[in-house]
Design a protein around this ligand. Sequence first.
Ligand code: NAD
Length: 274
Amino acid sequence: MDIEGKTIVITGAARGLGAAIAKLSASRGANVVVADISQTDGEAVAQHIQQAGGRATFKYCDVTIEEQCVALMDYAVDWFGSLDVLVNNAGIHEAMVSSQFSFEEMTTETFDRVLNVNLRGPYICARAALKYLKKSTRNPSIINAGSTASFVGYPFGLAYGVSKGGIALLTKNLAVALAPYGIRSNSYCPASTETEMVASVSERIGAMHLAPEAMSQLAPLGAHLVRRIGDTADIAELVCFLAGDRASFINGALILIDGGTLAWRETVDAMGMK
Ligand SMILES: NC(=O)c1ccc[n+]([C@@H]2O[C@H](COP(=O)([O-])OP(=O)(O)OC[C@H]3O[C@@H](n4cnc5c(N)ncnc54)[C@H](O)[C@@H]3O)[C@@H](O)[C@H]2O)c1
């Protein structure tokens, strides 16, 4: 595969989408640095990859702390000898941080925290990775976690929506800024995908008792035309493609992977499930 031998740093890779991206890219021969604030889960992901015959290592990194982001990129290069792809995947939603997450109730501290992780974190990591990405001869790129919320207003999380809107323009501006170095920048933009983030946010909005198929019809941004919520493997496939050489003409792109959610305007009961 064309990501074989590339070194990929993935933030927020201890679980959910990040863990799926780590496992799939390692299975295709990439050298994977699993970065997260969750040490136990992160080490477990790296061990799982190693036991399956892949190359992975865990590095603790809080993406809100610049020195830790710099140390993460240094670590990747010390460990594997290069840094070719940065996946800015770590993210949080205000409903995971506070029970007060409506616009009226949310504190400024909560707003800042979401923006710090979801938008400032990718900016800091991109800066920290740059000196190594510049040296890469393996079609280097930065791949950012966007969302359907990168495109339209998001009723259940203003800070989250603002952060993902910011990711859209961070992605495009990085593509412009890094074009002289041959470094691409793209964003994967999923609709609801089965992870702990979605479980925890759904719990807060009272939808936890619903089956996943019904969840797909109540997804806050509208019904999925594909009658299910996303699987982490769906998203990992896209990220691995973007990390590979066959994506070398894709740059500054925000790629929806949303089961058709944003293909239309209807937002409730798309498939007559009421
Ligand atoms: N799951 C979805 O439906 C969905 C949809 C659109 C976008 N996304 C985005 O995809 C990314 C991954 O989402 P997920 O659903 O897997 O989330 P998740 O909550 O299941 O996993 C997120 C991971 O990020 C880590 N993390 C949190 N704060 C961190 C920090 N400060 N530094 C380093 N790591 C940190 C967590 O420990 C966790 O391991 C996020 O950016 C999210 O916004 C997810």
